[in-house]
Ligand binder design. Structure first.
Ligand code: G3I
Length: 530
């Protein structure tokens, strides 16, 4: 694992004049892809041999040699690239080798059946893993037919499995499709470690957005932050800059500076903008709003605020979180109608949500309008109440285009880390209403997770992969936004005064397993179709 200081020094060059150029970085990526493609083939061949001769000592030596070759080849690529992005945009060689080793072992652990059958399957997988990973080379070369070539390669891969099915000695057990998915899952993880393509590029191929919430002043004061955003993020959310208390502190006073900075930053890098948030009854509400005495007064404030803010960015903000957290906080006492007891609910009734949506639609007909909530990733009374609210809004003809699943995961026991399948089912439940869904504030806290940091980061990496895969599996899930990009700026540290590591980048801007887990999930969506 590279030291944080080394990474920091490495990265400083990334934003200054990189020694090489994009072509040298792509060439580096192709070399790393080829190395790990051979690594996967050889690693599976070693497993097939071990299933045959059960020679544990020789097997261990072969496994070590395979990892050594991969690490050496990656180091050579980094040395020859003449651009530090060759190192920073991919996983560390030793980490990639270790993850490949663990993934191959996990794949075999999942196999059942006679040794002859498992061996035949592993021997069949070996060349296919190399082929599947190697499809990323064409994308790194920027070939216009690269996606078609990848699809053709996957079709041939599936055909070769089907043509040899059932593998010798196999009766029952996994199906050809499951066998194909297993090798494509292996390949996605390996390619996710080795490619130099940013998250935003891979996500865009899937027609999805990957983004982060940002504070513009933090980006302005941290050049490495700006470079990472430009390379990896296709969407920006204003973490606080567009909140009522920040942008409209008095009825006749607007403070658009930070909000303008977020929009300008996004437009500089061709990024989508998520506006957050027009109406939030619980936090950062100006005193004049929270203290409104009548429905008419509050209605006037809300109409003025939404018209003034949304129209300013009409056509430039793709989505608005029109209402944030209409339900009570997960730790708050329940309320009679299940909605948060805030000034909007008290003075305007539950219809305030629909009113806010209609005001936003009028101010910018092009923007996609969302209601955003936390704690709805898992089934239960909270998700049901939110589902009822969404159904009521749709039944009333409210201009609701989507719902945001905040996905602050690991925070609220006991459903701290819901399985990817559970999250996928929740996303699908709302998507089946005919609306879009997004993961809008994803972070995975490690506060309550036992183990040393590398162990917790490894868990976090697998979990980010499962969560992003849940979104990828649901066509109506349009994007994944993390709530911040680097641990150093996470709200969890400032808000709770704790040290936590919930995000894809570490304190020195090193890409953590979480980052590579996200890229693996996106590549799996491209290779295996979800
Ligand atoms: O900017 C002021 C600064 O001038 C002042 O000196 C300082 C100390 O009082 O406060 C600063 O404002 C803080 C702001 O973050 C910017 O750092 C507020 O006090 C603080 O309450 C605010 O916390 C934000 C929180 O929402 C409440 O708005 C977090 O950064 C932000 O990450 C968090 O994000 C929310 C989403 O909007 C909705 N979903 C939940 C998510 C996490 O709570």
């Amino acid at each position: 694992m590279r030291s944080a200081i080394a990474i920091g020094l490495l990265l400083l060059g990334a934003v200054g004049p990189a020694l090489g150029d994009d072509a040298s970085v792509a060439r580096c990526g192709r070399r790393k892809i080829s190395a790990i493609a051979r690594g996967c083939r050889d690693r599976l061949r070693a497993e097939a041999r071990f299933l045959h001769d059960a020679d544990a000592v020789a097997h261990a030596q072969r496994v070590e040699a395979i990892a050594g070759r991969l690490v050496t080849t990656w180091a050579q690529a980094e040395t020859e690239a003449g651009d530090i992005r060759c190192a920073t945009d991919t996983a560390d060689g030793a980490a990639a080798a270790a993850r490949l080793d663990a993934a191959v072992s996990a794949t075999l652990t999942g196999l059942s059946g006679p040794t002859e059958c498992r061996r035949a399957l592993v021997r069949l997988w070996a060349p296919l893993c190399r082929v599947a990973i190697a499809t990323e080379r064409a994308l790194l070369r920027g070939r216009s037919d690269a996606a078609a070539a990848r699809a053709a390669a996957v079709t041939r891969l599936r055909g070769r499995i089907a043509a040899r099915w059932p593998a010798p000695g196999c009766t029952g057990g996994i199906t050809p499709d499951e066998a194909a998915l297993a090798v494509l899952r292996l390949a996605s993880g390996a390619a996710g470690d080795a490619t130099t393509r940013g998250l935003r590029t891979v996500a865009a191929e899937l027609g999805r957005a990957v983004g982060a919430a940002v504070e513009p002043d933090e980006v302005a004061s941290d050049a490495t932050y700006a470079a990472a955003l430009a390379h990896d993020m296709g969407s920006l959310t204003a973490e606080n800059a567009m909140k009522w208390g920040v942008v409209h502190p008095q009825p006749d006073q607007w403070a658009f500076g930070p909000a303008d900075a977020v929009v300008a930053l996004a437009e500089t890098s061709g990024q989508r903008v998520r506006g957050h948030t027009l109406v939030w009854g619980a936090m950062q509400l100006p005193g004049y709003v929270d203290g409104a005495a009548t429905a008419a007064e509050l209605r006037n404030y809300m109409a003025d605020h939404i018209a003034g803010l949304v129209s300013r960015y009409a056509g430039r903000i793709a989505q608005w979180d029109v209402v944030n957290e209409p339900l009570p906080g997960t730790l708050d006492p329940p309320t009679p109608d299940g909605l948060d007891d805030n000034v909007f609910r008290r003075l305007l009734g539950h219809g305030y949500v629909e009113e806010a949506l209609r005001l936003a639609r009028t101010a910018d007909p092009a923007a996609r309008l969302y209601v955003n909530e936390n704690g709805i990733e898992v089934p239960g009374p909270r998700q049901d109440r939110f589902y009822q609210l969404v159904q009521d809004l749709l039944a009333a003809g409210a201009p609701l285009d989507g719902v945001g699943f905040q996905a602050h995961l690991g925070l609220i026991p006991p459903a701290q880390y819901p399985d990817g399948a559970v999250i996928e089912a929740s996303l699908r439940r709302f998507a089946d209403l005919g609306i879009e869904v997004e993961l809008t504030e994803l972070d995975v806290t490690l506060l309550f997770r036992p183990g040393d940091l590398p162990t917790r980061f490894a868990f976090q990496g697998d979990y980010y992969r499962a969560v992003v895969a849940a979104c990828v599996a649901v066509p109506a899930c349009r994007g994944v936004t993390t709530w911040g990009l680097s641990d150093q700026y996470t709200w969890l540290r400032s808000f709770f005064g704790v040290t936590d590591w919930p995000l894809p980048f570490g304190d020195a801007w090193e890409r953590k397993p979480a980052y590579f887990g996200m890229r693996a999930a996106l590549l799996q969506g491209l290779l295996a179709g979800g």
